[in-house]
Design a protein around this ligand. Sequence first.
Ligand SMILES: *Cc1c(COP(=O)(O)O)cnc(C)c1O
Length: 401
Amino acid sequence: MNIPFSPPYIDDSVIEEVVSSLKSGWITTGPKVKALEEIIKKFSNAKEVLCVNSWTSGAIMILRWLGVKEGDEVIIPAYTYSATALAVIHAGAKPVMVDTTDDFNISVAAIEKAITPKTKAIMPVDIAGYPCDYNSILELVKRKKDIFQPTSEIQKILGRVMIISDAAHSLGGVYNGKPIGSNADIVIFSLHAVKNITTAEGGAICFNMPAPFDNMQLYTHLRQMSLNFQTKDAFSKSKAGGWEYDIIGLGMKCNMPDVNAGIGLAQMRKYPQLLTERKRIFDRYNKAFTKYEWAIIPPSGDGENIIGSYHLYALRIKGKDVDFRNAMIERIAEKGVAVNVHFKPMPMLSYFASIGYDINDYPMSYNNYKNEISLPIYPQLTNEQVDYVIDSVIESYKSLL
Ligand SMILES: *Cc1c(COP(=O)(O)O)cnc(C)c1O
């Protein structure tokens, strides 16, 4: 049996949406993007949602809007996909990496130790779709208000460190009994091809800024920022007589095209069912692996207030190290099953090591990484295929003892 790791969900409804965009005469940012923003907004409980061409460009844009500059710090976990750190660097600030806890997510105690007057934002990452402890993080930044030193107009108005959630994995999750999307000042979803919902490449920025910010105004402003800060988008300019526009600042060019939005729009209409399918697989893995003392099953929440999005199934092999895990992955691959590792902590990657990050400073991140294997989890997997994955993992483990 051959089981790929994470193929996109493409059915006839997805194809029809894309074809309808192609046939409409309008392929870039327009009605389909608007419809996708609306459906994500409803689904995620966010105040406003802006779609862009990737999580990465969305995060860079938000940090630039926040006004971070050289010398400013943004706290992130060492254990995440590198885009979290790269966005901070591109925006001109310094990523301050901190360690994680046993649930793969950023350690709030470590954030507390890392906060300085230079800290302008914290970017917690919902690893595998499992939500971080946002209540404690918000409580922490409020408690540290007195050491906050704003250096931009936006920072002054906010009056504290901004919380920007890297929710690349967690669209569909639940925090405090509410859908992920309203749990931080800014929440950014990734709509990259391997994520739960995709537009091939894309991202969705949720705005939940506290008063006196007006989220609707922010949406309009950031939308312009994503279009070179041009006051009129191409869709309005295409109308007769609507030629004139202004450029009101240094924006970016990171808007989402309608052809892409169509893919995500059709998927979002089915997302509740697709999530049920993901849960079916997650639960099936849990049920099989809890029987084995050597298997550490991933956190999944309490089923009510905290629920993951079932983006990854991050299995860990108790007491084993990198060599054993890598050998297991090879054996599993021989059986035709594609698995992955999420994530190799950033300090272990050449670029980050070259600019001074050291894996020895992040023992928990290393521990989470050293024996982690991400198993395939997506709606198209049949129970028979899932059982085949389970058997492959168990046989591979036993064969190496
Ligand atoms: C995928 C991913 C990103 C980047 O998303 P893009 O849309 O590809 O820019 C950021 N953070 C995490 C944790 C991711 O997994």
